[in-house]
Design a protein around this ligand. Structure first.
Ligand code: UGA
Length: 437
């Protein structure tokens, strides 16, 4: 099928390469000329495992093209995806200005029948707005243009895999034609076993908020449990294992630590809160999820302070800056929130991350960056494990102890075994378990 994608950020670009990989003819457009030039050259503008090879493959097979002209993603296409950013406004509501302008571009360039698929995460009711904007702008043959909602469930770091083999495909449409076109578009994944859920548009829009908020709830629940474990001497990971064996609960997203970050959960929760407000439903649980997430960073900070006493003049090394492993994304990363907190309290903060150093330096220029683990931990009074990059599991702990000023580790992702850390002579603060002093 001929597909257009407006917006080549994380969601848009992954959508482009995944659709080309299953044989569709895809044109991605973006206003950012520099980004488009890079993409035309086969270079990904951000790190996502597996993205660049598929980008090159799609370009070589001529199934993938990029342009700054919105018309090329609309004019002769059967489906056009809107994948532009919906960043939070200062009041927490999603800023939908880019969605409106994409809708206008679609209206101006559309010539015949077209399905407009909203993929950006948006509050319920946005598809109606897109439809109305298109109708106002495109007075003549607006009947052929239909808006559907097709939220993405991509996780950064495994986005390609998630796009090619989705856990579920959700399509909200208000007509059989909308569903039929989207079924054809995703036929390969559906045949390969991905469940398809077909709903009306509002249900699809709300389902995305509901899923993300529930995942964030699991994380905040286990982090609150961690605080109780710390005060009672219980072990949060073992409790999570016990809970996880119950198929009604499941073990995923019950890892206690520094909490969630990234550009999805924090922003979606706020937008969901604003949406509940706007329909006069008081939903304090959503606020509580956020409060507990902020508290998770504070709890790790308290452990650093407990171990070091005064932070002025102390050197703290952070291992991991991205909001989770497998990405260079530092947006709303809990590691950076902790770094800011430590710097404000007078500590010098050095850091190492396998992918996210440049992005982190831009966000927080006061950070001292090192080119490897031992560069960051050299002379440190405390090391904090912030992101669970797999390579941090295999650090040479004897060497670590040797290079540090004090042998103290605060584990914000519970990557190490407390007994082993104790046996090697570290002062060790895990999350949600008794410290080894
Ligand atoms: C999340 C959802 O998982 C996707 O399904 C969704 O499509 C996406 O948001 C989106 O809305 O676009 P993502 O933000 O890439 O994906 O990251 P996750 O893998 O969900 O992790 C979110 C955060 O939770 C990370 O900071 C991670 O470290 C943290 N986390 C996760 C925990 O602190 N504990 C856990 O047990 C699991």
């Amino acid at each position: 099928m001929r597909v257009g994608v407006i917006g080549t950020g994380h969601v848009g670009l992954v959508t482009c390469v995944a659709l080309a990989e299953i044989g569709h003819d895809v044109v991605g457009v973006d206003r950012d000329q520099e980004r488009i030039l890079k993409l035309q050259d086969g270079r990904a503008p951000f790190f996502e495992p597996g993205l660049e090879p598929l980008l090159e493959k799609g370009l070589n097979q001529r199934l993938l093209a990029f342009s700054v002209e919105p018309e090329s993603a609309v004019a002769d296409r059967e489906v056009v995806f809107i994948c532009v950013g919906t960043p939070p406004r200062t009041d927490g509501q999603a800023n939908l200005v880019a969605i409106e302008s994409a809708a206008r571009e679609v209206a101006r360039a559309a010539s015949g029948e077209l399905i407009v698929a909203e993929k950006s995460t948006v509050p319920a009711g946005t598809a109606d707005r897109i439809h109305r904007t298109i109708a106002l702008e495109h007075r003549s043959s607006r009947n052929g243009i239909e808006v559907v909602s097709n939220p993405e469930f991509l996780r950064e770091g495994t986005a390609i895999e998630d796009a090619l083999r989705p856990s579920r495909i959700l399509v909200g449409a208000n007509s059989p034609r909308g569903h039929e076109v989207m079924r054809r578009l995703y036929a390969a994944a559906i045949d390969a076993g991905s469940p398809l859920v077909e709903t009306d548009i509002r249900t699809a829009e709300l389902a995305k908020h509901a899923s993300n908020a529930f995942l964030a709830l699991k994380i905040s629940y286990v982090n609150a449990l961690a605080r109780v474990c710390e005060r009672t001497g219980a072990d949060v990971d073992s409790i999570a294992d016990v809970m996880g064996f119950d198929p009604r609960i499941g073990r995923a997203f019950l890892d206690a630590g520094l909490g969630y970050g990234g550009f999805c959960f924090p922003k979606d929760l706020q937008a969901f809160e604003r949406l509940a407000d706007s329909v006069n439903y008081d939903f304090p649980l959503l606020r509580e999820i956020r409060r507990l997430n902020d508290q998770a960073v504070e709890a790790v900070f308290d452990n650093v302070e407990d171990g070091l006493w005064n932070l002025e003049g102390k050197r703290v090394a952070l291992l991991g800056l991205s909001f989770k492993p497998g990405t260079d994304d530092v947006r709303l990363s809990p590691s950076l929130a902790l770094a800011r907190r430590l710097i404000d309290a007078g500590a010098t903060v050095a850091a190492f991350d396998p992918e996210a150093m440049m992005a982190a330096k831009e966000e927080l220029p006061e950070l001292e960056l090192a080119s490897d683990v031992f560069g960051a931990t050299n002379d440190a009074h405390c090391v904090v494990l912030c992101t669970s990059w797999p390579q941090f599991r295999n650090i040479d702990l004897d060497l670590l102890k040797e290079v540090m000023a004090y042998p103290m580790v605060v584990d914000g992702r519970n990557m190490y075994d407390p007994a082993e850390m104790g046996a090697r002579g570290f002062t060790y603060y895990p999350t949600g378990k008794p410290p080894i002093r």
